[in-house]
Design a protein around this ligand. Structure first.
Ligand SMILES: CC(=O)N[C@H]1[C@@H](OP(=O)(O)OP(=O)(O)OC[C@H]2O[C@@H](n3ccc(=O)[nH]c3=O)[C@H](O)[C@@H]2O)O[C@H](CO)[C@@H](O)[C@@H]1O
Ligand SMILES: C=C(OP(=O)(O)O)C(=O)O
Length: 419
């Protein structure tokens, strides 16, 4: 079992380049199923979830080619299978995103039900209801969602909750449907927008991109394109938080600062100096103690739930009491018990995590429980006294490309151990 060992206390410096966005790459990879000719994607991060997506596409019969610059070509012109097996869906919930494209183009999809995940129950009822509203016949049997439709029909869909993958799945279903679809209360995350722009380049007719009301006029077919995926705003935010907790100054490059507006506002409130240029963000937190901040997670453009764990570590080390309220997922404080092992004082009441503020943590052995929990344990380890061993790091490999190399280049004392 691989694990990370981190010796705390090093200051960070220099520049780190952010990889392509996981949460944009995954729906766009699934969106390749919609095209009659090959799609070539660049800035795709080298991550476990991307490998799983490519395995899924290959299982369906797509041809995959990867060139020496890591551009990925997906040729889904002829697919022979419409089933997403449990083995793949269980390791990556985003596999559900193959349902909309398969149903829209081939009239058939069989997708294993995604299991309960560490951060909450994460149902897919909104995806299913939306596709039913578009005329799909859906049955759940033997742990699979079986969906069929002659041709999906445009519909007026008001989603009960703001759901990122729900919006993406229904958007991909709608682009080849007959007639006009309205997706109301749609998620506005930059990753949804990136998918919509990608689909538009393939020939889809979508208006309202970037708003909570998407209007899609179905077309008969979509064609392959070359497309570059946006940078990962959560990876960028994680490195900025690492600089904040270690009292360092670093520059994060290949980033879209506008995607991090709510997050940057909280860094500034925490007392960090932030300066942005078109594609980079510089943070300077030298010679100061962080101010505590109050954070409430919200759909975009609000503060992202995927940055909540990292800000909890910032609050831990702040000069006074701070509070983090998680409103998106009902069980996203799994990192709290691991941080407590490191000497953290955190009181959780329902969806609120309150920290009094403290100035030291101790290195121990901790377990990563989910992707962003693993990131926050690394941040805590960077400041802890002594060595911290982070176990179950397969979680982190789902979402952070070359994490120990990137941190090492910034000056952190971090190593991957294979035993
Ligand atoms: C691959 C990907 O893009 N993952 C992101 C996506 O997850 P994901 O798309 O799974 O998260 P959602 O936006 O769907 O979830 C938001 C809330 O809606 C609920 N819900 C969702 C769908 C549904 O059919 N019914 C329902 O009740 C969920 O349980 C949750 O409470 O958005 C989350 C919220 O920004 C991020 O944390 C994840 O990193
Ligand atoms: C929760 C996350 O991912 P996923 O939806 O793929 O589990 C995440 O990226 O923080």
């Amino acid at each position: 079992m691989e694990r990370l060992v981190i010796t705390g206390g090093a200051k960070l410096s220099g520049e780190v380049e952010v990889s392509g966005s996981k949460n944009a790459a995954l729906p766009i990879l699934m969106g390749c199923v919609l095209a009659k000719s090959p799609v070539t994607l660049s800035n795709i991060p080298h991550l476990k979830d991307v490998t799983t997506s490519l395995q899924l596409l290959a299982t369906l019969g797509a041809q995959i080619m990867i060139d020496e610059r890591m551009n990925i070509t997906v040729d889904a012109s002829e697919l022979k299978d419409f089933t997403a097996p449990f083995a793949l869906v269980k390791s990556m919930r985003a596999s559900i995103l193959v349902m909309g494209p398969l149903l829209a183009r081939f009239g058939e999809a069989h997708v294993a039900l995604p299991g309960g995940c560490a951060i909450g129950s994460r149902p897919v009822d909104i995806h299913i209801k939306g596709m039913e509203a578009m005329g799909a016949d859906i049955r759940i049997e033997d742990g699979f969602i079986h969906a069929k439709a002659k041709r999906l029909q445009g519909a007026d869909i008001l989603m009960d909750k703001v759901t990122v993958t729900g919006t993406e799945n229904l958007l991909m279903a709608a682009v080849l449907a007959e007639g006009v679809t309205h997706l109301r209360n749609a998620a506005c995350e930059p990753e949804v927008t990136d998918l919509a722009i990608f689909l538009t380049k393939m020939g889809a007719k979508i208006t309202g991109i970037g708003t909570d009301h998407l209007v899609i006029k179905g077309v008969d077919e979509l064609n392959g394109v070359d497309y570059r995926v946006i940078p990962d705003r959560i990876e960028a935010g994680t490195y900025l938080a690492a600089a904040a907790v270690t009292g360092s100054t670093i520059t994060v490059s290949n980033v879209e600062p506008v995607h991090l507006k709510a997050v940057l506002a909280k860094f500034i409130e925490a007392g960090c100096d932030i300066s942005t240029s078109e594609r980079s963000i510089k943070i300077d937190c030298r010679d100061r103690q962080l101010n505590p901040v109050n954070v409430e997670t919200q759909p975009y453009p609000g503060f992202p739930t995927d940055m909540q764990a990292q800000f909890l570590v910032m609050n831990l080390l702040a000069s006074g009491p701070g509070a983090i309220r998680e409103t998106i997922f009902e069980n996203r404080f799994m990192h709290v018990s691991e941080l407590t092992k490191m000497g953290a004082h955190i009181k959780v009441e329902g969806n609120l995590a309150v920290t009094p503020g403290q100035d030291r943590l101790s290195g121990v052995t901790v377990k990563a429980t989910d992707l962003r929990a693993s990131a926050c344990l690394i941040l805590a380890a960077l400041v802890a006294e002594g060595e911290t061993f982070v176990e179950q790091i397969y979680h982190i490999d789902r979402g952070y490309e070359l994490i120990e190399e990137k941190f090492h280049r910034l000056g952190a004392n971090i190593q991957r151990l294979s035993h």
